[in-house]
Design a protein around this ligand. Structure first.
Ligand code: GLN
Ligand code: ZN
Length: 780
């Protein structure tokens, strides 16, 4: 009979308890038996609490093994003994070694131990989420060995002991694990999927152990099922599940394979005959229900239907979900259905219970929200409705209907004027008046910059003083005037500094901004902020994205005062700084009642007004950052065009209201351009500054071979490290860049904002940077 299930829970805890425990453990230096035990006990308490909450909400198959101290991919590497050599020889305790892999480890020598200095393993973005995982690393002759006491087995016992009736072990699947992993540098580059046969043996043993412990279903996450896969990966999936299914049935345990974040398409056929149950994401890809139902109707396959959004924060429309679910019921019957959130709830904040401020100040919005705990409840209610009829939950359904209706009809989500403005956008709004060559002429005349102009990406060090002042201001301990005065003094400091160092295009330094998205969110209508809406971003780090709940419009000019003030202090050209529409969308919890393109058009219009105001205030350069355009790319290539067709124009909408002689900059911080080069050209910014310090050659060849026409500032040094780059190395780098990019189009700059740096290294690095530009000028 249909059951309420869950795929994963926000393991960090209601109040980020895990973060605190883990960070205390790190801060205490070399682990002792006591500190290790304290951390392990705290983690066990959290797990227990989380299982209890899920059971209380009505979840009948509770995930175990979804908990992690740092990252589940990292856990999987450790689980199967895929530990790169440099961490094996640390002589550290197992937890120490584990965290060393996740975040690196530096420890001075002691009387009895040698000095330790190892970097972290590589980190990458987890599909299209804002979560980052630790990339597994394999040797060509990699051997796997299942850990002596696999955490997932102990957690299963723990859950049983805590009275959970039906814990469901969760594993990362072997094909996702290998496919997302990489060959170690030392090996000569091989296909990590070749390791599958060896790895499957260890998975087989693990399945056996879980079955022996009493598990009735094992959830195996294979999110790569929603990607465009090469044939090798498809074959690996077929092979893997043929083998695992055999082990599972030998030990009378069921295998549930979970896909999420998108649609299966033809990948379905790689696994459907070799699994007992399959989870599909019906939030990201509701259209796949029919296809999947047709494909599996005549089998015994159980479908786990992900109808509750695991990644956003809105209440589920229960009636609409029931309608969708009825379709499945009528086709395959109640016995072959499980209900679940669309993906692990680790991507969702914990509970709306703690949002006391929204509740007080915006009760209407509060009634539309649903975080992880509430989502579990929604799954349980839907299950009950299917099992016992809608009447059995009529109260809940009615309350839900009221909330959904209130959101639909709310006066606070639609703004007639904004809608009209969006309607009135015409093609010309998406384009500058003249082509780049002509604009360039006007800009050269106005700005009169030297060859190799130098600039920075926007922020200067956010010192402790700045954070303290902001905090005190937020708490009402520092008056508005005093805070403004403080910000002005910081701006002045930045301007004087840039004069001192002799940069060419100045910035105001962004001292007033805590975060490039949240800061603007506060200045726009349609945004709201949670107190406790944390989601994990990587390791122990969490982010608290703002909520876009309504039509977006500018409350009033957002940056003019600060930039004007900065410009008043100097005769050097000032570059204003804004966050682009796509990034504003992608790094928020967006509303789901209008398309993303509409949200971004609205933000684009708001920014356009700001850009035009900046121009009117005499600011000659305006930078609109779009670090998230690449990140927003859909997982399937087939969907890219549709996305780029609205996202790139939304950027242009925000900047194209200006005259030819106003110079538009944009900035992106990733170097993976090959795929979307055309889109970048299509953004038509006069200047683009990009992160580049990691892979110059490859990246710039693309710009060169494709004949990028506009100006470009490839980052000359990596700002993520306090290391000061020498003049010589930056000369070399720029020399290499010159091979690919014509000198008159080149800018000289760091590769991202300097907000996380200290002043001393910032000064030293920028002095060297300016020296590099001068060196090349003298040779020109
Ligand atoms: N202007 C921003 C800064 O300098 C850009 C940040 C980013 O690219 N992530 O901080
Ligand atoms: Zn950047």
């Amino acid at each position: 009979m249909v059951q309420a299930t869950n795929l994963g829970f926000p393991y960090v805890g209601a109040h980020r308890e895990l973060k605190k425990h883990v960070e205390t453990f790190w801060a205490s230096g070399a682990p002792t038996q006591e500190s290790t035990q304290t951390l392990r006990d705290a983690a066990a308490d959290l797990r227990k609490a989380h299982w209890r909450v899920q059971v209380e909400q009505g979840i009948e198959q509770v995930p175990v093994g979804d908990f992690t101290f740092y990252d589940r991919m990292l856990d999987t590497s450790v689980l199967f003994g895929a530990i790169p050599k440099k961490y094996q020889d640390l002589g550290a305790s197992s937890l120490d070694q584990y965290f060393a892999m996740g975040r690196g480890l530096q420890r001075a020598a002691t009387a009895t131990t040698a000095k330790i200095d190892v970097p972290a393993m590589e980190m990458k973005k987890w599909f299209d989420t804002n979560y980052h995982f630790i990339v597994p690393e394999f040797e060509e002759n990699q051997e796997f060995a299942l850990a002596e006491t696999p955490a997932v087995v102990s957690h299963y016992h723990e859950a049983k002991a805590a009275g959970v009736a039906n814990p469901r072990p969760v594993l990362i699947g072997p094909v996702t694990f290998l496919y997302l992993g990489k060959a170690s540098k030392a090996s000569s580059g091989f296909d990590t999927l070749d390791l599958l046969p060896k790895l499957l043996k260890s998975y087989g043993t693990l399945i056996q152990q879980l079955a022996a412990a009493g598990a009735s279903t094992i959830q195996v996450d294979e999110p790569i099922l929603v990607l465009d896969l090469p044939v090798t990966a498809k074959l690996a999936l077929e092979k893997a599940y043929a083998a695992l299914h055999k082990s599972a049935s030998e030990h009378s345990v069921k295998l549930l394979v979970a896909s999420y974040f998108g649609r299966l398409d033809s990948n379905l056929f790689c696994i459907k005959d070799n699994v007992d149950a399959l989870h599909i994401d019906l939030v990201k890809a509701p259209e796949q229900l029919d296809v999947v139902l047709d494909a599996i109707a005549s089998s015994n396959l159980v479908l786990s239907l992900g109808v509750v959004d695991g990644r956003n924060i809105w209440k589920n429309n229960l009636r609409a979900s029931l309608q969708l679910l009825q379709k499945a019921v009528s086709k395959i019957g109640l016995d072959r259905i499980l209900l679940a959130p669309s993906c692990s709830l680790a991507h969702s904040p914990y509970s709306i219970e703690f949002e006391t401020e929204i509740r007080k100040s915006n009760p209407e919005l509060y009634d539309w929200l649903s975080f992880a705990v509430e989502k579990c409840r929604e799954v349980a209610v839907l299950t009950k409705a299917l099992r016992e009829g809608e009447d059995s939950v009529s109260d809940v359904l009615q309350a839900n209907e009221r909330a959904i209706l209130s959101r639909k009809e709310s006066k606070h989500t639609t703004d007639a004027e904004v809608r009209q403005k969006v309607e009135a956008i015409n093609e010309a709004d998406y384009h500058r008046h003249s082509v780049f060559a002509q604009r360039r002429e006007a800009q050269v005349k106005r700005l009169n910059l030297p060859l190799y102009p130098t600039t920075t990406i926007g922020s200067f060090p956010q010192t402790k003083e700045i954070r303290v002042a902001r905090n005190r201001h937020n708490k009402g301990l520092l008056s508005d005037e005093d805070y403004q005065a403080f910000i002005r003094s910081e701006i002045e400091r930045a301007v004087r500094f840039q004069e001192e160092v002799d940069l060419d295009v100045f910035v105001h330094g962004e001292p007033e901004r805590n975060d490039m998205v949240e800061h603007f969110g506060h200045l726009l209508h349609g945004y709201a902020f949670t107190q406790n809406g944390w989601v994990v971003s990587y390791g122990s780090r969490c982010v608290k994205p703002p909520v876009i709940f309504g039509d977006v419009r500018r409350k009033q000019p957002m940056t003019i005062e600060e930039i004007k003030y900065a410009q008043s202090l100097t005769s050097k050209p000032m570059k204003a700084m804004l966050t682009g529409p796509v990034t504003m969308w992608k790094w928020s919890f967006p509303r789901d009642d209008v398309p993303a393109s509409t949200i971004c058009q609205q933000i684009g219009l708001a920014l356009r007004d700001e850009v035009v105001d900046l121009e009117a205030a005499g600011i000659p350069c305006i930078q609109v950052d779009e670090p998230a355009i690449r990140e927003g790319l859909p997982l399937r290539r087939q969907d890219w065009d549709a996305y780029l067709k609205w996202s790139v124009p939304c950027f242009r909408l925000s900047v194209c209201g200006v005259r030819d002689d106003t110079q538009i900059h944009t900035h992106m911080c990733y170097s993976d351009f090959n795929d979307i080069f055309d889109a970048i050209q299509d953004m038509d910014a006069d200047v683009i500054t990009i992160e580049n310090s990691k892979s110059d050659e490859k990246l710039l060849k693309v710009f060169a071979t494709k004949n990028y026409t506009n100006e470009i500032g490839p980052g000359l040094y990596d700002i993520h490290s306090p290391r000061v780059p020498s003049v010589e190395e930056m000369i070399q780098r720029l020399q290499a860049l010159k091979q690919h990019i014509p000198e008159h189009l080149l800018w000289v700059n760091p590769d991202c904002g300097l907000k996380s740096r200290g002043w001393p290294e910032t000064e030293a690095a920028l002095r060297n940077l300016v020296a590099v530009a001068k060196h090349f000028r003298s040779q020109a």
